[in-house]
Write a protein that binds this ligand. Structure first.
Ligand SMILES: [Zn+2]
Length: 279
């Protein structure tokens, strides 16, 4: 069993049984971006409660299973079509930015690549720049992914206050990974049963692009998804004979390096060197 990090999973939608299975599989740290609830919240107060849940309560649930929990705050692109609501929510975020388990602003991004979504994305970037926060970016699904990723990278380039290495572009696939890496960003590959990427395709991309600035995640949520997707990736890497050090770099060292750019991030692996990469 290798110690691993799942850098993108929505645990408020999962059971404690999932925490236990993840702990048994070697999960030691997760990060939970703010997400759409599956329905539109009725107003900004719904977000305040969600942010309280993410920053003050979910961590206790995770730590009960020996898993460290970090989180990100934003209004998700799915709800950003309502610009007035989005602005109210963005105003709430600074109240929570000094909470010790917050890593930054995310997962912001685009869903259908609309003008309103772009407006709200830019306003999140402005907040992140002013507060010097890390950024986690959701890229759209399927047919909208290529254009949306290009739009996102252009908007990031357009704000000179943003350091590319402090941004992770998530849900990359074969046709978008090169654009994100070339722009200097980190990348997340999402292993998701019904869309996005499979473990085999993720390993193919590591073989093609190498391990630098790439991580893998489950993006487990309230829908059909697999909280043990990162161990599936580890299994596929081993099946192909990849070295344990390479596997550890992708599933442990890389997310740790990305998160360590947040000054609040204080995670210390329990036994450095021996915990990760062992069998
Ligand atoms: Zn997500």
């Amino acid at each position: 069993m290798s110690a691993y990090i799942d850098p993108h999973i929505h645990m408020v939608s999962r059971t404690t049984d999932d925490y236990k299975r993840m702990a048994l599989a070697g999960c030691c740290l997760i990060s939970e971006p703010a997400f759409w609830a599956g329905f539109d919240r009725s107003g900004p107060e719904g977000f305040r409660d969600y942010f309280r849940q993410l920053t003050q309560y979910e961590g206790k649930r995770a730590r009960a299973y020996g898993i460290e929990h970090k989180t990100w705050l934003c209004i998700n692109a799915k709800e950003a079509e309502n610009v007035a609501l989005a602005r109210e929510v963005i105003k709430l975020i600074p109240e929570f930015l000094d909470q010790p388990d917050v890593l930054g602003i995310g997962e912001i991004g685009l869903n259908k690549n609309t003008t309103n979504e772009a407006t709200v994305f830019l306003e999140h970037l402005d907040l992140a720049a002013k507060t010097d926060e890390l950024i986690l970016v959701h890229t759209p699904h399927l047919a909208d992914k290529y254009q949306g990723t290009r739009m996102i990278i252009d908007m990031l380039k357009g704000d000179h206050r943003i350091t590319p290495g402090r941004v992770c572009i998530d849900h990359v696939e074969e046709h978008t990974i090169r654009h994100a890496l070339d722009a200097g960003h980190w990348c997340g590959m999402t292993l998701y049963p019904i869309s996005k990427c499979t473990p085999a395709r993720a390993v193919d991309m590591i073989e093609m692009y190498g391990p630098e600035r790439i991580m893998v995640n489950s993006a487990g949520d309230w829908g059909h998804s697999d909280p043990l997707a990162v161990p599936e990736f580890i299994f596929e890497m081993r099946q192909r004979g990849h070295a344990e050090a390479l596997i550890k770099q992708v599933v442990f060292d890389n997310p740790l390096m990305f998160f360590s750019q947040c000054p609040r991030f204080n995670y210390v692996p329990r036994s450095v060197g021996s915990e990760a990469g062992g069998t």
